[in-house]
Design a protein around this ligand. Structure first.
Ligand SMILES: Cc1ncc(COP(=O)(O)O)c(C=O)c1O
Length: 442
């Protein structure tokens, strides 16, 4: 198959790239032109091992035949069907397969096109649910410091990453935040769940005390905070959030955009931690990252609260032109089949020990102040250069790319999340390459 590997774009200025140092990139571009299984091909013909599953999304690896075929044949058969007041079979089939896979009690699915849209959908469902139940005074949303819930206004309001919020005015009102659980002094170099910090969930009681439960609609957290640099919850923390929200009639929303679809070695983070939320947000791995799609799971109780009034009326005034798009639905079905056939949703559990041992072998290398791991997620936190935060980790990213490895950095944290098809020898390659890089960082 021919690729366009030798075709260089002649002008890079028009595309204002997302979450990218545009000026640095355009002086020294890094272009992928093809991908297969665990590797990207660069425009200069090099192979780069994917240590990040794209952006935490290509869980089954790249260009998987079943998914490629499903997209091609769906595009030829039914390319688009209106999402409002019309249906097509594959969206219903996908919703059914997803509900079968989800933790018990999450029986209904709303489709979106991204994690960010899924977050705002979930927040709107939560607010409207209370109102539908005659409890419209519950308008507050509680997020968490360092939380990442995408980039739309709802998501950045409940999110807790400062640069993502500070430029954008007043955001949503009526939002409060739990403290994050990151504690280097007590938990550095923990393997798996860190010992200290479950009591931080009790801060929710303080917030409830301040605002009164009757004003709070929902609490939203990532089971494992990913984009902020992999913050793993202490044992019991999520269960405490579940207990407190239940006690006060507050909905618990898990944002599983990263932890969904096998990343932790279980289908969802809810399965890993044994805590079932009222609403579960997913995207990314749902279609293996190939076609934009998100799915928001809600409980029967939430769904049924809307199913009242005259039957000819729309029950929930929300949706997207591309909700349940036929090609995305076909990609989702083929992705779920691929996960099932290859046991990928639990493969992370089989590899977790090798992954953990490999990562923790980097302890003691220069500038490494913490290493964290869970399932097939890892993070290496570096001491920032005085006066130049993020520069050290970014240098590691550039060196890794030159040496044939894709990693991701956020602040001074290197985050790793390879596709779930990664082999033990590829894990070895990731660790060996990183070890060499860490030894040479300024
Ligand atoms: C937990 C979480 N929520 C939401 C999002 C936003 O997803 P998207 O970039 O598809 O809008 C992300 C993306 O990384 C995420 O990690």
């Amino acid at each position: 198959m021919s690729t366009s590997s030798n075709v260089a774009p002649n002008d890079l200025s028009a595309f204002w790239m997302p979450f990218t140092a545009n000026r640095q990139f355009k002086k020294s571009p890094r272009m992928f032109v093809a991908a297969k299984d665990m590797h990207y091909t660069t425009s200069d013909g090099r192979q780069v091992l994917d240590g990040t599953a794209g952006l935490w999304c290509v869980n089954a690896g790249h260009a998987r035949p079943k998914i490629v075929e499903a997209i091609a044949s769906q595009a030829a058969e039914l390319d688009y069907a209106p999402a409002f007041q019309m249906g097509h079979p594959k969206a219903f089939e996908l919703a059914n397969r997803l509900v079968d896979l989800a933790p018990e009690g999450l029986d209904h699915v709303l489709f979106t096109n991204s994690g960010s849209e899924s977050v705002d959908t979930a927040l709107k469902v939560a607010l409207a649910y209370h109102r539908a139940k005659g409890d419209g005074s519950r308008f507050r949303l509680i997020g968490r410091e360092r939380g990442y819930h995408g980039v739309n206004f709802g998501g950045i309001s409940v999110g807790g990453i400062v640069p993502n919020r500070k430029m954008f005015g007043t955001l949503l009102t009526g939002v409060d935040h739990l403290p994050h659980t990151h504690n280097l002094a007590k938990n550095a170099f923990s393997r798996g769940e860190p010992e200290h910090g479950a009591d931080l969930a009790d801060e929710l009681e303080r917030i409830v005390g301040l605002h009164d439960a009757s004003t709070i609609a929902a609490v939203i957290v990532e089971p494992v905070a990913g984009s902020t640099g992999v913050l793993i919850p202490p044992p019991g923390y999520l269960q405490r959030l579940r207990d407190i929200t239940k006690k006060h009639g507050i909905l618990l929303i898990f944002d599983e955009v990263i932890t969904g679809y096998g990343r932790l070695g279980t289908p969802f983070g809810a399965d890993y931690f044994g805590v079932v939320p009222d609403i579960m947000i997913t995207a990314k791995g749902l279609t293996n990252g190939v076609i934009p799609m998100g799915a928001v799971f809600v409980s029967k109780d939430i769904h049924d609260a809307f199913m009242t009034g005259p039957e000819h009326l729309i029950e929930f005034f929300h949706g997207y032109t591309y909700s349940g798009n036929p090609i995305a639905s076909a990609a989702g079905l083929a992705t779920l089949e691929t996960y099932k056939e290859e046991g990928l949703l639990t493969r992370g559990a089989e590899l977790a020990k090798v992954w953990e041992d490999g990562l923790h072998s980097l302890k003691g290398l220069p500038h490494v102040i913490d290493i964290r791991n869970i399932g097939l997620v890892g993070a290496i936190e570096l001491k920032p250069i005085d006066g130049a935060p993020t520069k050290r980790a970014f240098a590691a990213f550039l060196k890794a790319y030159d040496q044939g490895l894709l990693i991701r950095t956020t602040g001074d944290i290197i985050a790793l999340s390879p596709p779930l098809i990664v082999t033990e020898s590829q894990i070895d390659q990731i660790i060996t390459t990183l070890s060499g890089i860490l030894k040479t960082l300024e």
